[in-house]
Design a protein around this ligand. Structure first.
Ligand code: SF4
Length: 145
């Protein structure tokens, strides 16, 4: 509901709802895993538009991390990005026409995760921010079994 109502990317991003699995399918997906590594990123932007490049750079590194964990023997490793995909200036808006289908991953919130509650349970402090002058806290999850 948070994605469908209130997010400007709904229906316009290839790794966001409604391109992601249903809530029931997401629940089933998470039951496949016994552990999640929570990765915390802090960022403060001069301009809101800078967030895109910042997220794209970090998300590209996270794909490499997923690969390294996979080849280390954790074959179910699956990375959930710390922001929406952000690799392309203009997202194609769906999986079929995604310009980098091997790289794109959903964010945890796009997989129906309540990120605020989940990271607080993991010991992180996170609050709603009021403007871009404040430091952002972003979280990626690496699912492992
Ligand atoms: S790789 Fe590009 S086209 Fe695919 S979901 Fe990400 S931003 Fe959209």
């Amino acid at each position: 509901m948070k994605c469908r109502f209130g997010c400007g990317e709904y229906g316009r991003a290839g790794a966001c709802p409604p391109q992601t699995p249903s809530v029931a399918e997401c629940r089933e997906f998470f039951h496949e895993f016994s552990q999640a590594v929570v990765l915390h990123f802090e960022g403060q932007m001069d301009k809101p538009e800078d967030r895109h490049a910042w997220s794209a750079k970090i998300n590209a590194g996270l794909v490499k991390l997923e690969r390294a964990v996979f080849v280390a023997g954790f074959e179910k490793a699956f990375l959930l990005f710390m922001d929406s995909c952000c690799f392309c200036k203009e997202c194609s808006g769906n999986r079929e026409t995604c310009q980098q289908p091997r790289m794109a991953r959903p964010a945890p919130e796009a997989m129906a995760v309540d990120v605020y509650t989940t990271v607080r349970q993991a010991g992180f402090s996170v609050n709603v921010l009021l403007d871009y002058n404040q430091k952002m806290d972003r979280f990626a999850f690496l699912m492992v079994r």
